[in-house]
Write a protein that binds this ligand. Structure first.
Ligand SMILES: Nc1ncnc2c1ncn2[C@@H]1O[C@H](COP(=O)(O)OP(=O)(O)O)[C@@H](O)[C@H]1O
Ligand SMILES: [Mg+2]
Length: 142
């Protein structure tokens, strides 16, 4: 941890709360291991907070995005990731909007194909919950 951050953590918890309040917007939804909020400083983003350090879905999503980002054939199916915190517990991802029905055909490597794992982004359907797909994608995208 950077010394300046360690120092801030020693200060009054009210200051920590203030810092958090600057960035965290409204609660969007809660999943298996993450709670997702809007971002007050950039409403094109969501803040995905991994509630404990067991699943590491934020890290997996970040690695998957990094793997596909430069290949449009694959990247068009994923909500882009913008930033991962040094300890992996906070992820900034592009915000998607809920969909009720999925397209008839989706790539099989997108795993569990239920509407809540997908959203609308820039007019197309993308997967926004892909933190469990690391194993499948590692094989499929080679
Ligand atoms: N990029 C996003 N934009 C908008 N809503 C999202 C985004 N990612 C997740 N969500 C919402 O938050 C919920 C929980 O996030 P999810 O990625 O599914 O977490 P978990 O992996 O813990 O299940 C999703 O079901 C969805 O409703
Ligand atoms: Mg989920």
């Amino acid at each position: 941890m950077k010394p300046e951050i360690a120092e801030i953590l020693e200060w009054d918890p009210v200051i920590r709360a203030d810092f958090i309040s600057i960035f965290i917007g409204a609660l969007i939804d809660t999943g298996l291991s993450r709670t997702v909020y809007g971002c007050r400083t950039d409403n094109s983003l969501v803040i995905k907070i991994e509630r404990d350090d067991y699943y590491k879905q934020n890290v997996a999503e970040w690695l998957i995005w990094d793997h596909v980002a430069h290949n449009e054939k694959y990247s068009k199916w994923f909500a882009p990731c913008e930033w991962l915190s040094p300890n992996g517990r906070v992820l900034l991802q592009k915000r998607t909007f809920p969909i009720e029905t999925l397209p008839k055909r989706l790539p099989s490597y997108l795993g569990d194909q239920k509407p809540e794992n997908f959203g609308l982004y820039k007019g197309r359907v993308v997967c926004h919950d892909y933190g469990m797909l690391w194993g499948i994608l590692n094989c499929a995208l080679k």
